[in-house]
Design a protein around this ligand. Structure first.
Ligand code: DCP
Ligand code: MG
Ligand code: MG
Length: 954
């Protein structure tokens, strides 16, 4: 059944089924984006949220899905495993008494700890009913503290007193947030910060290399020929005890000793400092990465601790990646000391691996180990066997020898759950039915386990993951004495997050504050200057325009922090997370538009959702012939008696839907554009040519010749296809237009035709002046402008309605006030837009009438002589399609260079002669016929598209 189909009155059940199906569709999307990176701690759980919660239901739902849980929109008592609620009425208490009812802290704390915490600690009981006093984010720990207060035996510990004791020591003052510049200092010595920064730098470098070497082909390769008869060869390369090995390079005297890298210099048996890396001699005594130095010292009294040397790690990592580029066909950076590569060619895998290890040893004097396999799963498992200083090939059958906890994405909670089911090795998984795995772990994870246990893993290597968020969190050394220090700290943190945003050339629309507040019964942290036992809080604000302005971010964050009314002495950690990212490029486009006084994109996208409404009076004014013509294109609904604004709404007749949806969208779209100072110019040229167009019954579409080809290629595929379909079906040949163009426009077209990436070499006379002319050409309409060929309805509507967020004081306003002003602005905007639509309708009438008398004239126009580019003698799109089809069918392994050259040249010629319509249709068709023909053809299709796009932009 189609969940998006219409339902009839009374079909409530269908409505519910459809709604659930739609919601599940949305969830699939979230799941798909999350499961690769986020620990799936709620896997196998089915969670329902009851009533008002904090964080809000939408956020909880997102978190549940992101972390692998099944979110239940409706309480299906048979399948729900947990219910989340903040308060329960007595009736609900009764109703839910057989369920695990927990407060939202359970979810949020579990996420923070990346493991499923015992639900019992967060249980909502009768005492938490709505009749009792409402507690904001009342956690179990707070409840406990409340009890303590109640029986008056213990007083809560005072943050102020705790901090005073701690900050009395000068070293502590020096190394906490009371000290200005703490954030910078913290990050300069934070290894985790360095690791994450390096990773994004390495990714950026890889992408840059692909750009340089291959003009950015999709799934780009580093430079080897892909052969291997379709078999994959994946290698997982990882330095042995990376930080420790690098540290030993300049300390040869310690080479035969147990060594660990940590912040502390004097390793004492009570030290709580973490070990980042320890050599294999230390590991023989039971020392492990991540262990406290104190514990390690107890296990291995001879342990030598050496300091971090971040610059050296980065430098060695650069050599490492540089070496890998020489061997890899594809590369996925995993971390500073680790990468996955895919090998082409036909050389024996073990020989290549030895060559790689030798090369890296020679250049860095450090050892790597290499796991090899036919996919990522097996290569990663093989590394476990290869370490230290070795290499290992893991074949598909061998996977069964591993324990389940060795498998990727299987965390401790899943390992425990599997153990409960009697499963501890991969061989045990293999014996378990898919249905059992799926019923215990959900369909996705169940299937993953099933496939992993058979050595199946078809994940490709990735080097370009879209960045979802940028954040800066500090949860060490956070101690405050007064608000001033907090404010300064927030400023510094905002600076930090902004720097990171700029580093990845992004701005963000959503700002989230994360707070760690000391549990009110908790004393000083056991880890020196650590955060200790804390409650988590988080709050977000969404902005209309993406930002990377530290001042604005800081202000919002500080506002949110103040709203909690926490005592500053109880703060133990603060973090800023920026999401809903946009690339700076996208953003600069928006900014540019705003300078031209266009309405910001937010408004226009919103408007796309609205039905096009038409004033019935205007409709009634139309001549019957025109009314009839419109009725053929649109289903015209009379307003129901309940409709207060007495507007008609236009809906497309089913048979015209595809074609006319562009127009309808266009009407909506253009409401955002009518304020352009150029709109009246566009109107003039459009009016002149509209007489030539048989499609003038689609009044808002300008002639093909006026489209900006660059914009056409920049459109989303679906929209572009619609536009092209519309043009190819409805318009006369491009040249017919030219005949009727005014002299000035013809000159501009001539200039445009002489300019392209290819012609610029042949026409060195292309001057700056030409370029300027071309760019200022009135008839170079952008794709968005093409929907806006009508004049603004009135002077009033032409005035610039500056969005309030452009004003200088916007950032000064509190978030709540901003939200209100934004809502007002949107309302006003809607009214303006409705007026504009009605005006468009009047304009449409004028054009339709003009057009009715000019059809004969068009038919009589002579066709111009053309020197059309040909593909193997074919110039018609049908002929071109036939050639392309036969070509693809005849060469299953991919295109021959010579043939490819012919097709590229043909497309270039089409661009040169401005027959973009044909170029685009050819490419669309090519995509269609190569879709199922394997990587080589698909890559070539991308390349063709890029060629045309480049040529057009040039
Ligand atoms: N690292 C860290 N903190 C972590 C993880 C890693 O500081 N939580 C640093 C120290 C490691 C380096 O990254 O030396 C590489 O991480 P690995 O997990 O590869 O660990 P090692 O290279 O130290 O050891 P192995 O030989 O097991 O790979
Ligand atoms: Mg390593
Ligand atoms: Mg590693």
């Amino acid at each position: 059944m189609n969940p998006y189909g219409a339902i009839k009155f009374g079909e409530f059940k269908t409505y519910m089924t459809n709604k659930q199906a739609k919601l599940k569709d949305q969830e699939k999307f979230l799941e798909g984006t999350a499961s690769q990176t986020v620990p799936q701690i709620f896997d196998g759980l089915s969670i329902y949220i009851n009533g008002y919660t904090n964080p809000p239901q939408s956020e909880l739902r997102r978190q549940i899905i992101l972390h692998g849980g099944d979110y239940q929109h409706y309480l299906k008592k048979s399948s729900v495993t947990h219910i989340i609620a903040t308060n329960l009425t007595h009736a609900k208490c009764n109703e839910f008494r057989a369920y695990k009812v927990v407060n939202p802290d359970w979810l949020m704390d579990s996420i923070k700890e990346q493991r499923l915490l015992p639900w019992n600690d967060y249980r909502i009981t009768g005492k938490d009913t709505a009749q009792s006093e409402l507690h904001f984010q009342r956690s179990n720990k707070q409840k406990q503290q409340q009890h303590e207060e109640d029986d008056n035996t213990k007083k809560p510990l005072e943050g102020k007193a705790l901090n005073a004791t701690l900050l009395a020591k000068s070293w502590n003052r020096e190394n906490t947030s009371v000290n200005p510049g703490f954030v910078k200092k913290f990050y300069s010595s934070s290894r985790l910060h360095h690791l994450s920064t390096w990773k994004s730098e390495i990714k950026a470098e890889i992408i840059k290399r692909l750009d340089e070497n291959f003009g950015r082909e999709a799934g780009g390769s580093i430079g080897k020929k892909r052969k291997r008869n379709g078999e994959r060869l994946v290698m997982h390369i990882d330095f042995d005890c990376f930080f420790a090995s690098v540290g030993l390079l300049d300390r040869p005297e310690l080479k035969s000793q147990p060594v660990a890298v940590s912040h502390v210099q004097q390793a004492k048996t009570d030290s709580s400092s973490d070990i980042a890396s320890c050599n294999y001699i230390a590991r023989a005594s039971g020392v492990r990465n991540g262990m406290h130095v104190g514990t390690a010292k107890q296990r291995c009294p001879k342990l030598q601790v050496i300091p971090y040397e971040f610059e050296k790690y980065r430098a060695i990592s650069e050599i490492f990646y540089e070496t890998l580029y020489g061997f890899a066909e594809e590369i996925e950076p995993v971390s500073v000391d680790e990468a996955l590569i895919e090998i082409g060619g036909d050389e024996e895998a073990n020989i290549v691996a030895t060559q790689i290890r030798d090369a890296i040893r020679e250049k860095t004097r450090c050892e790597v180990s290499i796991g090899i396999g036919p996919n990522i799963l097996l290569a990663r498992l093989a590394t476990k066997k290869a370490k230290p200083a070795g290499q290992y090939y893991c074949n598909t059958e061998e996977v069964q020898k591993f324990s389940v906890s060795d498998l990727p994405r299987i965390g401790p909670s899943m390992t425990d759950k599997l153990a409960d089911m009697g499963i501890s090795t991969v061989a045990d998984v293999l014996r378990t039915k898919l249905s059992v795995l799926q019923s215990n772990f959900g369909p996705k994870t169940g299937k993953m386990l099933y496939e992993f246990s058979r050595g199946i893993d078809d994940r490709p290597l990735k080097h370009e993951q879209e960045r979802q968020s940028v954040s800066a969190d500090v949860n060490w050394g956070v101690r405050f004495e007064n608000e001033e220090q907090v404010k300064r700290f927030v400023d510094e943190l905002a600076e930090e997050v902004t720097e990171r945003l700029r580093g990845v050339q992004r701005k963000g629309k959503r700002i989230t504050l994360n707070v760690l507040r000391r549990c009110l019964d908790a004393g000083e942290a056991s880890k020196r200057l650590g955060c200790g036992k804390c409650d988590n809080f988080s709050k977000s604000v969404s902005l209309t325009i993406a930002t990377d302005d530290p001042k604005a971010i800081s202000r919002h964050v500080y506002d949110m922090l103040l709203s909690y009314k926490f005592d500053v002495t109880d703060l133990r950690g603060l973090g800023i997370n920026i999401t809903k990212l946009e690339s700076v490029d996208d953003n600069s486009k928006v900014v540019k538009q705003q300078k031209l006084s266009f309405t910001p994109s937010y408004e226009s996208t919103k408007l796309k959702q609205f039905p096009t409404e038409v004033d019935p009076e205007v409709f009634a004014e139309l001549p019957t012939a025109v009314q009839d013509e419109l009725k053929q294109q649109y289903k015209i609904h009379l307003p129901s008696s309940k409709q207060t604004d007495s507007k008609l709404s236009l809906q497309l007749s089913p048979q015209k839907e595809k074609q006319a949806s562009v127009v309808v969208d266009g009407c909506k779209e253009d409401t955002a554009m009518v304020e352009s100072p150029y709109s009246s110019d566009i109107q003039t040229s459009s009016d002149e040519s509209v007489n030539n167009e048989p499609s003038a019954s689609l009044p808002d579409i300008p002639p093909w010749s006026q489209l900006d080809p660059g914009s056409l290629l920049a459109l989303p595929e679906a929209m572009r296809n619609q536009v092209l379909k519309l043009y190819s079906g409805k318009l006369p040949k491009r040249k017919q237009n030219d005949v009727e163009l005014p002299a000035q426009q013809q000159e501009q077209q001539r200039l445009q035709q002489s300019d392209s990436m290819f012609s610029s070499r042949e026409h060195p006379q292309l001057t700056k002046k030409n370029y300027r002319l071309m760019n200022s050409s009135k008839n170079s309409t952008t794709l968005t402008q093409m929907f806006n060929t009508t004049k603004s309805p009135s002077r009033e509507d032409k005035t610039v309605h500056r969005p309030p967020w452009e004003s200088a004081i916007w950032a000064e306003l509190p978030a709540s006030m901003q939200a209100e002003i934004q809502a007002d602005h949107r309302r006003e905007q809607l009214v303006r837009e409705r007026n504009i639509r009605n005006h468009h309708f009047r304009e449409a009438r004028v054009k339709l009438m003009k057009n009715a008398s000019s059809t004969t004239k068009i038919m009589a126009l002579p066709l111009p002589v053309q020197n059309e580019p040909k593909l193997l003698g074919n110039s018609s799109i049908e002929g071109v399609r036939t050639v392309l089809h036969e070509w693809v069918e005849s060469f299953p392994l991919g295109p021959e260079d010579e043939d490819a050259g012919v097709v590229v040249k043909f497309l270039q010629q089409l661009v040169q002669t401005k027959d973009l319509e044909k170029a685009q249709l050819a490419i669309m068709y090519f995509y269609e016929v190569t879709k199922e023909k394997g990587d080589v053809w698909c890559l070539f299709a991308d390349k063709l598209k890029q060629t045309v796009s480049d040529a057009t932009e040039a």
